[in-house]
Design a binder for this molecule. Structure first.
Ligand SMILES: Cc1cc2nc3c(=O)[nH]c(=O)nc-3n(C[C@H](O)[C@H](O)[C@H](O)COP(=O)(O)O)c2cc1C
Length: 362
């Protein structure tokens, strides 16, 4: 028999929702994920691994700082810096506000933006408006998203097309989240045959397919299997940032979940390791670096290790919960840090940064 603790974590006071409407179960879950992600995880000691790499400092760069070009072209969209806001949310009043604020920010700074899982809006069209950000972000790279496991629970190519059309997206992003689904109450845990289904989508969909993790990393072996079936890019979403077993523990009253989640503190492939292994060994696949990419120096290291561009969810979420100006300070810091790292490695543009001298220090 299951034993339960008395008090589950309730949603916090992050961005005031619409109290006139009774939120659905899924909306409550989305809001709880946001609230818990905004709290601290004192017991989690994850490190994305960037500290294990050091650039060779170039004291004589022969580069004019004011002429450094940090832009990249991804799928025909120019990004001012190689950064996107990774999938976070959608499906509730609060998440609608988060999506609007972050997509406007992304458009103003010319970075990319991905909505969170659109699963709920694909089954309940009244929630579509919580994702509809294209009007706030007309110029930038926008990604659609839902869990690949849904391909075993009734979703198919039609849902992919609808997810893309809903937000006029440039690409479809599937997340792989086995550990999360196990710890999430009522999670969908049948991952068998998913690769085959991803292959079919890749061959039929008129948009590139990207596959990401949600914080535990994609290994070289998994990246190779995905590359072999036609996936355009891997977003490593490596370990070093959030822990879904901890998030679900905080949502759960189940004492077994509380006990078992401890064993997964520190689980996963660190981000820097994923990037390097995939870049060195897997051909014909773009790499998105995310999972604890928090500074422009982390971005520069990611590019030098082999990533094409970077993503971040948690840091943007923290800032948007405070104010627009906190978000601006964050992006402007990323730009300054990235440009400084480029000057100090003698790189005038992102292509040159790809071959900057970086070495493993531990
Ligand atoms: C509150 C929250 C909700 C998230 N929801 C999604 C989601 O719906 N789909 C998805 O692919 N990833 C989701 N993620 C995972 C992030 O996109 C990202 O992979 C992860 O947070 C690790 O990267 P970070 O260090 O940039 O946060 C979510 C993350 C957070 C913090």
């Amino acid at each position: 028999m299951k034993k339960f603790l008395p008090d589950p974590v309730a949603g916090g006071d992050f961005l005031v929702g619409d109290s006139r409407k009774k939120p659905s179960k899924i909306s409550v879950r989305k809001d709880e994920h946001i609230s818990i992600a905004l709290s601290e995880f004192p017991s989690v000691e994850l490190d994305p691994g960037f500290r294990n790499y050091r650039f060779e400092h170039n004291a004589l760069p022969e580069v004019d700082f004011s002429e450094i070009d940090t832009s990249v072209n991804v799928l025909g969209r120019i990004m001012s810096i190689p950064m996107m806001i990774s999938p976070i949310t959608g499906g509730s009043e609060k998440s609608k506000k988060v999506n609007r604020a972050l997509s406007e920010l992304a458009n103003d700074f010319k970075i990319g933006f991905a909505v969170g899982s659109q699963r709920c809006a694909l089954t309940d069209s009244s929630l579509e408006m919580t994702y509809k950000i294209r009007k706030y972000a007309p110029d930038i790279l926008v990604f659609a998203n839902f869990g690949a496991v849904q391909l075993n629970y009734g979703f198919s190519i039609d849902e992919c097309r609808r997810a893309i059309d809903m937000i006029d997206a440039d690409a479809m992003v599937f997340h792989l989240n086995p550990l999360h689904e196990v710890f999430q109450m009522g999670g969908n845990t049948n991952f068998s045959g998913i690769l085959n289904k991803i292959e079919k989508i890749c061959s039929k969909l008129d948009a590139p397919v990207i596959v990401k993790e949600v914080g535990y990393g994609i290994s070289q072996t998994v990246a190779q299997r995905l590359a072999d079936v036609g996936v355009y890019a891997i977003d490593v979403a490596g370990a070093g940032s959030i822990s879904w077993s901890e998030i679900e523990k905080k949502r759960s009253k189940d004492v077994v979940v509380h006990s078992a989640s401890k064993a997964f503190i520190g689980w996963g492939n660190p981000t820097a390791e994923c990037i390097k292994e995939i870049a060195d060994n897997v051909e014909d696949i773009k790499i998105i670096a995310s999972g604890g990419v928090k500074t422009g120096v982390d971005m520069a290291k990611s590019i030098a290790l082999g990533a094409d561009f970077c993503g971040n969810a948690s840091e943007f979420l923290k800032r948007v919960s405070i104010s627009r100006s906190e978000c601006e300070i964050f992006v402007e810091s990323l730009i300054l840090e990235l440009k400084t790292a480029m000057l100090c490695t003698g790189c005038k543009n992102i292509n040159e940064l790809r071959s900057a001298k970086i070495k493993k220090v531990s």
